[in-house]
Design a protein around this ligand. Structure first.
Ligand code: AMP
Length: 587
């Protein structure tokens, strides 16, 4: 497919407001893509590489402006491009404003160079894809110049419309309203297969290009035969915030695990060596990228972080006897093996240089809580409780007696219970052991890659409210001039009252009128808008955090205080004390 055709179609899609019509346009585009189906199904989403592939172009915006400027002619500089961007606000529009072509010089050969805008030397999506791959592969000294040259060569062959979408593609700003769901529905439509089966194939492969081709060439049977592959990352299942009460209401029982404060990892291991087949047959650059390594580790965003975490690789090599994909967390630990805060893991995670030195400073270890694949068998559909059993078996691979301490420690424990008290005590143990708290999971649930569903819940800490005495207020302004607002809150300290914050948000006009009636009789002094109130009324107040603060006489301040109600049942002597504030804060 010519890049110009792709650009025309992208423009049509961009101009279309209705989602269903967008799906129809993408469907047509995929049907017409021929041999370039894989590339087109990525480009239309603004992706150059498959989602599982952590390759990046590694070219910054300024290098892109430089390439545009060079292709636009001798009188345009990268600064001009940037100035126009500041005015116009969008790189596609800026690129489309220039007249490309006819520039010669280094790099122009990358795409022909003599003729812009189309006559006889039309850029194809495949050429664009191959050049961008070459650009991504350029590394080492002089690679930035090489990248700019290659990109210049591409822009030099573009018409204005082509340049619009090339610039957006390169800077990952496609924004034509095509998301993953659109491509899923369009593949289903174009090749007459059910959308949920396309979705499943996407979940296991993370490769839109490949799924589109398989759907077209092999139909439903081919799609259903697509499986997880050791070495190719899967999107991580995510959690929502939730409470124990909700979990126990919705499920018969809850699976309770400790929540480790580290960084998410997905471990892929094959003792025989990982061999990811056909990265994408349509990608130039030779397609298959086989490795002989046994272990790959990916981040939550499917980035390859293997080299940064040698402990995880060593662990896998020492412990696992079967090919497996495990989901877990890498945590930093001190000399006693106790967990360190998340920030310490960050000193190791994604590190590219001086890994050995960093390893001396911070030690990490993996903890696994899920198992997605063992020895040729995918477990995404299996219930959590079963996946956990498989995890236990895999981790005790070469140590059935459980004497290998690192294997035992690498298993996240799981309790299945419907007893709220037991859950509380697991939570207390988790905190005691230095972890973040607990996760609540539905023991019957499948593994849903990429989903932030209700089947995994991270427990929200219960917000403890404070009952504060109202010791001051301010008359409002404008429409609210007759209402008292911005209430000053205090807590007891022996016989005294000390201020701890002001609450102004979360109160309706109606409520303000009511509060004004309640408080006005207690006004002790007035100065300007400000009034002092004699202690009489107690507010219940929610907040996100208690902080140390010199602003208030208690020495503390409530962060994001919210008015929850008047404690009519409480006298000021029953309000909360500074002591309680201090104890809440130290929890
Ligand atoms: P959050 O990052 O706050 O959304 O919490 C979810 C994250 O907690 C996951 O992505 C994991 O990285 C991490 N986590 C720690 N322990 C567990 C566990 N037992 N199960 C699932 N996720 C966990």
């Amino acid at each position: 497919m010519e890049f110009a055709t792709f650009a025309d179609r992208a423009a049509e899609i961009e101009a279309e407001p209705a989602d269903l019509e967008i799906v129809a346009l993408v469907t047509d585009l995929l049907e017409d893509a021929g041999d370039d189906l894989g590339i087109v199904s990525r480009f239309v989403q603004g992706r150059v590489f498959p989602a599982w592939d952590s390759t990046t172009l590694d070219i910054g915006p300024s290098a892109c402006y430089e390439a545009i400027a060079r292709a636009a002619g001798t009188n345009v500089s990268a600064d001009d491009v940037e100035d126009r961007l500041a005015e116009v606000g969008e790189i596609g529009e800026v690129a489309a404003g220039y007249d490309f072509g006819g520039q010669t010089g280094l790099g122009a050969f990358a795409g022909g160079g003599e003729s812009g805008g189309g006559d006889g030397d039309d850029l194809t999506v495949r050429e664009a894809s191959e050049t961008l791959e070459e650009l991504a592969a350029a590394s080492g000294s002089g690679s930035q110049d090489r990248k700019v040259d290659l990109l210049f060569g591409l822009f030099n062959r573009c018409s204005s419309e082509e340049a619009r979408y090339l610039a957006r593609l390169v800077l990952s700003e496609m924004r034509i309203g095509v998301g993953e769901g659109t491509v899923r529905d369009a593949v289903a439509e174009a090749f007459d297969v059910p959308a949920e089966r396309v979705e499943r194939a996407l979940q296991v492969s993370n490769d839109y290009g490949r799924v589109a081709r398989v759907a077209r060439d092999e139909g439903l049977e081919g799609l259903d035969a697509m499986d997880l592959e050791v070495g190719r990352p899967v999107q991580a299942m995510l959690a929502q915030a939730g409470t124990v009460t909700e979990a126990l209401e919705e499920w018969d029982e809850a699976a309770v695990e400790w929540k480790y404060d580290g960084a998410r990892i997905q471990l892929h291991h094959d003792p025989e060596g990982i061999d990811v087949e056909g990265a994408d047959a349509e990608r130039g650059g030779g397609g298959a990228r086989a490795t002989t390594e046994t272990t790959r580790v990916f981040s939550r965003n499917m980035e390859d972080v293997t080299n940064a975490l040698p402990e995880v690789v060593e662990f896998a090599e020492a412990t696992l006897e079967e090919p497996a994909i495990l989901d877990g967390e890498v945590v930093a630990i001190d000399e006693d093996g106790d967990p360190l805060p998340f920030q310490e893991v960050l000193r190791r995670f994604r590190r590219k240089h001086d890994v050995a030195k960093a390893r001396e400073d911070v030690t990490v270890r993996p903890v696994f809580f899920d198992c997605l694949h063992v020895d040729g068998e995918d477990l995404l559909e299996a219930p959590l409780a079963e996946r956990h059993d498989r995890l236990v078996a895999v981790l005790s691979g070469n140590d059935p007696a459980g004497t290998d301490e690192s294997a035992v420690e690498a298993l996240s424990l799981l309790w299945v219970t419907d007893d709220a008290d037991e859950i509380e005590s697991i939570d207390a143990d988790a905190l005691e052991a230095g972890h973040e708290g607990i996760m609540l999971k539905n023991p019957e649930s499948a593994y849903s890659p990429g989903r932030r569903g209700k089947n995994w819940r991270k427990r929200k800490p219960d917000v403890e409210t404070l009952d504060c005495v109202v010791t001051g207020a301010e008359w409002g302004e404008g429409r609210r001039a007759t209402f008292l607002g911005t209430f000053e809150l205090s807590v007891r300290d022996g016989d005294d009252l000390e201020t701890i914050g002001r609450v102004a948000t979360g109160i309706t006009d109606e409520k303000l009128a009511e509060l004004t009636d309640l408080l006005e009789p207690h006004v002790a002094a007035e100065e300007g808008q400000r009034v002092d109130l004699e202690p009489a009324v107690v507010f219940e107040v929610g907040y996100e955090e208690i902080q140390r603060s010199p602003t208030y006489s208690s020495g503390y301040a409530l962060r994001f205080p919210r008015f929850l109600g008047v404690r009519h049942d409480k006298g000021t002597e029953d309000a909360d004390s500074l002591e309680r504030v201090e104890s809440l804060r130290s929890r």
